[in-house]
Design a protein around this ligand. Structure first.
Ligand code: DGJ
Length: 739
């Protein structure tokens, strides 16, 4: 891994043993991109990659010099107004109304390791020799503003982390109206764009389409990353599949409004951009002030989509997630939400917890309904204390201690960013919600958003949460967020500061998380937003796992977990077994299948355990024992998608231990197939030179070569599946290498 600068050609070659990223100071002093892709050997001069010639209608930089035109060059961090007519990476509104900028190379720094991003989540290193970083300092003399482009290349990952910082040096203020985290110009547009899109209860479906001339992209203006579009896109070659071929994946470590887009221009080049969504964003910079963008992570893989995902998984699992729970086995939990909603008594909850303990569950989570006057979704949010002693006679301390004394841990639900009008907090501070004065804010789920851009609001919520967390043995917190942002206006911000509110809100969320995890480092946080509406890398920096979706139907969950696995590791996905008929889709699926899906995530249960038959209890007991035996593998193994549920009736995935000794294969069938074809599953990631037992073969100790299982395929027989291969049937196969 190295970052090499050639003074003679003013080129930077950022590379490790898998990827190269080459930049150059262009003839006009701005930065240009020469190459991003598979590693190429270093040489001191790549300037032949700068292409230029006379073209009609082209805008040039100098009279009588027809070589360099921004319009036809691959720019690194493009502005607008001086000849590049594609989408800019930034825009600065100046005092005189001009948007024209010209940021020229001034200097650079190369250093070992990686700096933190103040107040923002970001990837990190534990030792300086894990990464090398580059800061390129650009300056616009007219507006006395510095722009610093930050790059980090990791030794062990084909990935580059990028962010940008603007700093105002001169007195005259300027307003940033667009600051994306990264922009990359690729020399051709022969790609398909993949996005993870959906809605509540069907988050992160795979959507793809061929690039075409013009701008195409996704984003969120909902205040949070959203169920509709994840902050991610990938460009893959048309022939790339899960196992082979080139792909570039772009992911934003951010939880607020975001934009990911590709512009294909007349010349068939492709400009990828990723960063904070410019809508509603404006950031006024006074003298000496700076703005730091969130971090974007760009991964290049030539090992297909699985190759890209595996890089994101390992990078995010080991160098984005932090704290004690990063490498710890996560507890099997039982959550009361689908069993009781907000209507429960302590007795009912303890009954669920007791049965959970008997079945092997390790953590009881009390969901929504324990605080303030919460009787339904119209009351209580904002009052983070126990008011209703009929529900919880001895408060949180009482129920937490009772659960602990059963030998289980106790977890608690909060929705810190929200308030109901029917709450003490709102009555005392009606101006703490986001809303312009004299307007009526729009309700959603009868709740309103607290103005987390204001420190006094965060302080008050922190104090309430702190009082609860300090008062009882609480091992886990589920942090929910159940509405999108509207009426975004802060009562205390001046007119010219209103454009900062959306971003400051997210910084406020991060700051509250940071205070809580510092004070309570042993608590496992799980983030949630009406299911998976804020499943993003920003959240993972604070909460190692996220509730993947409110949709717990096994057949739907296969798709949701499959799509989510494009970027996020299994260790990040909360996955629960719930009751049938399923509350979201009414489908009946076998308990085995519900378990066989949920074990490929951080396992939990979410149903009234007192209603289970003895047979069901036995099935659950076995599921938990199986999970406890293999959960380390599920958390840390290498995950492969094998058969796509968006395209097929059958779907499959597998996880392989790093030493390639053990593998778990999940196979699922949506609808039974009468007199169906033979099923062969082509496995992946095994050692070609080793022999494996199929443990599910029982006593029949047949050995299969790793090469056979991958190239000839594993034969799956319908009778091996639960439900005899009928509707919603499934099986988990275990492979163990012979000694
Ligand atoms: C939405 C979450 O996704 C559910 O799991 C549950 O916690 C409810 N909120 C509670 O209001």
């Amino acid at each position: 891994m190295a970052i090499v600068y050639s003074e003679a050609t003013k080129e930077f070659h950022i590379h490790n043993d898998k990827i190269s990223y080459i930049l150059q100071v262009m003839p006009n002093g701005e930065m240009g991109n020469l190459y991003f892709g598979k590693r190429i050997k270093h040489k001191d001069d790549f300037s032949y990659l700068v292409e230029g010639r006379l073209r009609s209608l082209a805008v040039y930089n100098k009279e009588n010099d027809y070589f360099f035109s921004q319009q036809y060059s691959r720019m690194e961090y493009p502005g607008r107004g001086t000849g590049d007519f594609r989408e800019p990476a930034y825009q600065i509104l100046q005092q005189n109304g001009s948007l024209i900028t010209h940021f020229e190379y001034e200097s650079h720094k190369i250093y070992e390791g990686k700096k933190k991003l103040p107040g923002l989540p970001a990837t990190y290193v534990e030792q300086d020799d894990e990464a090398e970083s580059l800061e390129i300092h650009l300056y616009d003399r007219q507006i006395c503003t510095e722009c610093v482009l930050n790059y980090t290349i990791f030794r062990d990952f084909p990935a580059i982390a990028r962010s940008v910082r603007f700093q105002k040096k001169g007195m005259e203020p300027a307003v940033l109206t667009r600051v994306l985290s990264a922009s990359i110009d690729l020399p051709d547009a022969d790609y398909e764009m993949i996005q993870l899109s959906g809605a509540w209860s069907r988050e992160r479906s795979l959507v793809s389409g061929r690039l075409r001339q013009g701008v195409q992209g996704v984003g969120s203006c909902r205040g949070i990353s959203s169920a509709e579009h994840n902050p991610f896109i990938a460009l893959k070659r048309p022939q790339t599949n899960e196992r082979t071929g080139e792909v570039i994946g772009c992911s934003l470590i951010y939880s607020g409004n975001h934009l990911e887009q590709v512009e294909v221009d007349t010349n068939n080049t492709a400009r990828i951009q990723i960063g904070i969504h410019p809508e509603g964003f404006s950031w006024r910079l006074g003298e000496g002030e700076e703005f730091q963008s969130p971090e974007a992570v760009i991964v290049y893989s030539e090992q297909g989509m699985n190759g890209m995902s595996q890089v994101f998984h390992k990078l995010y699992r080991t160098r984005l997630v932090r704290g004690k729970w990063r490498d710890r086995e996560r507890p099997v939990l039982i959550n009361n939400w689908e069993a009781t909603g907000v209507e429960f008594t302590e007795e009912k909850l303890l009954q669920i917890a007791k049965t959970g303990k008997e079945l092997g569950m390790e953590l009881f989570v009390m969901d929504d309904g324990w605080f303030g006057g919460r009787e339904d979704d119209k009351t209580g949010l904002g009052d983070w204390f126990v008011k209703n002693r009929e529900k919880l006679p001895e408060g949180i301390t009482g129920i937490a201690s009772k659960v602990e004394s059963m030998g289980m841990h106790f977890g608690l639900w909060f929705e810190p960013e929200m308030v109901n009008k029917d709450s003490d907090l709102y009555k005392e501070h009606p101006d703490w919600i986001l809303c312009p004065p004299d307007r009526t804010p729009q309700p959603s789920r009868n709740q309103y958003i607290l103005d987390f851009s204001r420190p006094e609001v965060i302080d008050t919520i922190f104090e309430m949460m702190d009082r609860i967390l300090g008062s009882a043995p609480i091992s886990y917190v589920k942090w929910d967020m159940n509405r999108y942002m509207t009426d975004c206006y802060s009562a205390t911000a001046s007119a010219e500061e209103q454009g900062k509110v959306r971003h400051k809100y997210i910084l406020g969320v991060y700051s509250l998380y940071e205070r809580l995890i510092r004070k309570y480092p042993d608590i496992l946080f799980e983030s949630c937003s009406s299911g998976g509406a804020r499943f993003d890398p920003g959240m993972l920096y604070y909460a190692p796992q996220t509730w993947t979706s409110d949709d717990t139907d096994a057949m739907e969950r296969i798709k949701i977990q499959y799509g989510t696995s494009y970027i996020y590791p299994l260790s990040a996905m909360g996955a629960h077994v719930s009751a049938v008929p399923n509350q979201q889709v009414g489908r009946e699926t076998p308990l085995q299948t519900r378990g066989n899906v949920a074990v490929f995530g951080m396992l939990g249960y979410e149903l009234d355990l007192s209603k289970l038959t003895n047979e069901e209890k036995e099935t659950i007991r076995k599921q938990i024992q199986f999970y406890q035996k293999y959960r380390w593998l599920i958390m840390q193994g290498t995950f492969y998608r094998l058969l796509d549920p968006f395209q097929n009736n059958d779907s499959a995935w597998m996880v392989v231990s790093e030493d390639q000794n053990t593998a778990l294969i999940g196979f699922y069938r949506r609808q039974g197939v009468p007199n169906g074809p033979w099923i062969r599953l082509y496995l992946d990631g095994l050692d070609e030179n080793r022999q494996y037992y199929l443990e599910t073969d029982g006593d029949r100790k047949t050995l299969y070569g790793g090469d056979e299982l991958m190239h000839v395929g594993m034969v799956v027989k319908e009778e091996q599946l639960c439900n005899h291969g009928g509707d919603c049937s499934s099986e988990i196969f275990v492979l163990q290498a012979s000694k």
